[in-house]
Write a protein that binds this ligand. Structure first.
Ligand SMILES: Cc1cc2nc3c(=O)[nH]c(=O)nc-3n(C[C@H](O)[C@H](O)[C@H](O)COP(=O)(O)OP(=O)(O)OC[C@H]3O[C@@H](n4cnc5c(N)ncnc54)[C@H](O)[C@@H]3O)c2cc1C
Length: 300
């Protein structure tokens, strides 16, 4: 399979928290010409996977290859790739501050493009979006095959922009009524999202509405760790604590998480965030003697 980077239109830009978090939308062309041959482009991305883009690196002053998990789904919005990006503020941060910069506002204003990797499917003579994961493994969040997810109980733990794979899962499940049929009450999904302040809540209204539409299938619990309004109904502060998060030996207190979901052992736990958060979560669950039905995590 050959790879191609194809210009996609920066068709949407929405800043949630200036200098911190932005949602972007890239629209693929319907076809692309390679070596004189025109191929149609088909969007078959599975919820929970990431696409590969080539944003500009502010530090290195080069285009870099970076993965972004898609937050919408190909079944409802084919050809439109939405993701949410945060500035990591790491010492070596390169492309993430560019996404949050005025350069991207200018690119959007002039209907500019960002290259996205497609793969040539010779058998079908078409181009498809390259996906980060082609199979379900413990270290990715590609959604299980349709025959498998509809009778499962999921607990999604999203740290900041780690909400992206869960948004794709939920938007997809909504299309299929969470797998509800005359004989099956469908999947159950509890989503806990941890962000610093109310501005960083992503798709908040949509998730509240989804909970109202599917009260038996979906529960949403947004957590604010640094700033919250006086009348905040949900958890405040971190859902797990360690006195020294850098020390892997330090014990981890997961009581705030267990207050939200006391029966974690009955869930297929899915997590997206940074490596430290994943390691702390696993340690906390182990120390508490709680073993979920399964555990899959994607860390960036
Ligand atoms: C599957 C997947 C999905 C992702 N989805 C999202 C998403 O939806 N939203 C989002 O915001 N981000 C996502 N990311 C992260 C994203 O791809 C970028 O890594 C992130 O935005 C930071 O980019 P950056 O260029 O600023 O810095 P980095 O990617 O962290 O890299 C900065 C520079 O430092 C170098 N570098 C990094 N670590 C080291 C090291 N230990 N030693 C030496 N050099 C190092 C890199 O090579 C690079 O040159 C995802 C990543 C993956 C793998």
């Amino acid at each position: 399979m050959k790879e191609f980077f194809v210009p996609t239109l920066l068709s949407g830009l929405y800043t949630l928290d200036p200098g911190e978090i932005r949602e972007i939308q890239l629209t693929l062309p319907s076809e692309y010409t390679v070596e004189g041959k025109t191929y149609s482009i088909r969007d078959t991305m599975r919820p929970g996977t990431a696409f590969l883009g080539k944003p500009w690196g502010l530090r290195t002053e080069k285009f870099r290859r970076r993965m972004y998990t898609r937050s919408n789904c190909s079944a409802s919005e084919p050809g439109v790739l939405t993701t949410i990006i945060n500035d990591t503020h790491r010492e070596k941060a390169d492309t993430s501050p560019w996404w949050l910069s005025h350069h991207v506002e200018a690119l959007y204003a002039r209907s500019g493009t960002v290259d996205v990797r497609l793969t040539l499917n010779d058998k079908r003579s078409e181009l498809v979006v390259y996906e980060s994961a082609s199979h379900v493994y413990e270290n990715n969040l590609r959604l299980e095959p349709d025959a498998e997810w509809a009778n499962k109980q999921f607990l999604g733990l999203a740290f900041s922009t780690g909400i992206t794979p869960f948004l794709a899962h939920l938007r997809y499940m909504k299309l299929w009524q969470f797998g509800r049929t005359a004989t099956c009450c469908g999947a159950t999904y509890v989503l806990i999202v941890s962000v610093r302040n109310p501005k960083q809540l992503m798709a908040h209204e949509e998730l509240l509405e989804l909970e109202t539409l599917f009260p038996e299938n979906f529960k949403y619990h947004p957590v604010l760790t640094r700033e919250w309004p006086d009348d905040w109904l949900y958890t405040t502060g971190r859902i797990m604590h360690s006195r020294n998060p850098q020390n892997p030996e330090e014990s981890v207190n997961i009581s705030p998480l267990l207050r939200i979901v006391p029966d974690c052992q009955h869930y297929h736990v899915r997590m997206c965030g940074n490596r430290n958060a994943r390691d702390q979560l696993l340690k906390g669950l182990e120390e508490h003697g709680t073993q979920p039905l399964s555990f899959r995590a994607e860390v960036w």
